[in-house]
Design a protein around this ligand. Structure first.
Ligand code: FDA
Ligand code: NAD
Length: 434
């Protein structure tokens, strides 16, 4: 098979790849110079839509509606855009071998691609219950969500099991967003997770209590402090029951599992330095191998604001890291320098009528402010994280755009807090004054 050669290759066709392609175009990439190679069958799209509007019973989002870069208010890059720019969008193509010494990638079908510069944008994959040897976990209708094909399977299962029973395993992002959307689809929903409260990676017990109360009000049953240890299936091989560690057995027509993600670095193992589970990069997303960059979920990078190194699995960083890497490549070609990546962590989620944003670092003491009563008609509340007297993190549920901007500013500037009590009392007003 003929070898295809490009100056720049992006392996992966997700959020980072799409934002990188747009930045390549802005920087003046020439026709024929850039290829995006993706295992998926569609052009890069805004992945967050898959756990939200894609699964709505009415008015569901569908491609081409949410191709990048609409999620950040930018131009929508349709497949034709890549053609017009002379960018090769190579879809349905999984890279199964990467040789960073000979600068060669090999696809599952045996095609080879060579490059001068490589951007690794392979993202993450879901952790599977079969990986942990959970009995019966390969039954039909035990579903995961990462890519559009997974979302299509979910849509089919929701249709096939109309008004049925769903068990959602996991209390993180997928768990919370999928429980809500399944409830909106009129499923009887039970959520199961091992921790004492949902989203412990970010939420304090007080923040979690609001969401748990709100979900309960919407009819979602929450079962905490236990895990799924086995499944039974019917004669068609479809899941029928979920067995919990605490001995309970739950009926289920559909099981959705969200027990975390793993960055896809396996192609590059032993060839590139890794740290904290990701590919180690500098502030320009350059890896330990010359001309190889890594962005998005797979990159472990210096977090200038906190003086440490981290990996971030959120969409804002995937967009910004991609843009930074492309700018850095063009600058290096021109013998110029650009500023080091200075990232302010920003995470968000939406479910039911709720919408929250978080900026900064969730370390230190916390205070909660505002109306966090789940039965309120229009709850609106937030939290600050205070470390060494400074406010380093801020969370807001139900904020208006200018209020979200105000908490972002707090997290960026890290103002001093006179006392936790004052902060709790001032609430959003504290942020508006900064
Ligand atoms: P991403 O996963 O987007 O893309 C990786 C691409 O590489 C995929 O197209 C994959 O097929 C491809 N690939 C992998 N290996 C390959 C190989 N060997 N050969 C070829 N192609 C390969 N974040 C947030 O801040 N707010 C939110 O609301 C959400 N919502 C959300 C919903 C769902 C369902 C998911 C799964 C994730 C989110 N996220 C999120 C997280 C966010 O979407 C995520 O951090 C970014 O998509 C990461 O972008 P990447 O480009 O790194 O990976
Ligand atoms: P997560 O890390 O957010 O949550 C994993 C959860 O799995 C834990 O909170 C825990 O409750 C649970 N868990 C772990 N082991 C378990 C077990 N054996 N049984 C039951 N529960 C168990 O991961 P996720 O929710 O699977 O999300 C996957 C990826 O998608 C992450 O990278 C996430 O950042 C991303 N994502 C982000 C958003 C967002 O930012 N709004 C939305 C959806 C997905």
């Amino acid at each position: 098979m003929a070898e295809k050669s490009f100056k720049y290759v992006i392996v992966g066709g997700g959020v980072s790849a799409g934002y990188a392609a747009r930045e390549f175009s802005k920087q003046g990439v020439q026709p024929g110079e850039l290829a995006v190679i993706s295992k998926e069958g569609v052009a890069p799209y805004e992945r967050p839509a898959l756990s939200k509007a894609y699964l709505f019973p009415e008015g569901a989002a569908r491609l081409p509606g949410f191709h990048v870069c609409v999620g950040s208010g930018g131009e929508r890059l349709l497949p034709e855009w890549y053609t017009q720019k002379g960018i090769s969008l190579i879809l349905n193509t999984e890279i199964v071998k990467a040789d960073l010494t000979s600068k060669t990638l090999t696809s599952a079908a045996g095609e080879t691609f060579t490059y001068k510069y490589l951007i690794i944008a392979t993202g993450s994959t879901t952790l599977k219950l079969t990986d942990f040897g959970v009995e019966g976990a390969n039954a039909k209708n035990i579903l995961y969500l990462r890519e559009i094909d997974d979302a299509d399977q979910l849509v089919e299962a929701i249709k096939a099991k109309k008004n049925g029973t769903a068990v959602v395993v996991g209390g993180g992002y997928i768990g919370l967003e999928l429980s809500a959307v399944l409830k909106i689809n009129n499923f009887d929903v039970k959520m199961v997770y091992p921790e004492p409260w949902c989203m412990p990676r970010l939420f304090t017990s007080e923040i979690a209590a609001f969401y748990e109360g709100y979900y309960a009000k919407k009819g979602v049953s929450i079962i905490k402090g236990t895990v799924a240890v086995g499944f039974t299936s019917n004669d068609n091989g479809e899941v029928k029951e979920v067995k919990l560690k605490d001995g309970r057995v739950l009926e289920a027509d559909i099981v959705v599992v969200g027990v975390g993600a793993r960055p896809l670095t396996n192609l590059f193992k032993g060839q590139v330095e890794e740290e904290k589970g990701g590919i180690k990069t500098d502030a320009f997303f350059k890896t330990s191998v010359p001309d190889v960059y890594a962005v998005g979920d797979v990159a472990t990078f210096p977090m200038k604001l906190y003086g440490d190194i981290r990996r971030v699995e959120h969409v804002d960083h995937s967009r910004k890291s991609a843009e930074q890497a492309v700018k850095a490549i063009f600058a290096s070609e021109q013998g110029k320098e650009i500023e080091a990546y200075d990232y302010l962590p920003y995470f968000y989620s939406r479910s039911f009528d709720l919408s929250w944003q978080f900026y900064g670092d969730n370390v230190g003491d916390t205070v909660i402010f505002g109306d966090h009563d789940p039965s309120s008609a229009k709850p609106k509340f937030g939290s600050y994280w205070i470390k060494e007297g400074k406010v380093v993190g801020a969370f807001l549920e139900g904020g208006a755009p200018e209020e979200n901007q105000a908490i972002a500013k707090v997290a960026k500037l890290q103002p001093l807090a006179s006392s936790l009590d004052v902060l709790a009392k001032e609430g959003l007003e504290f942020a508006s004054k900064i």
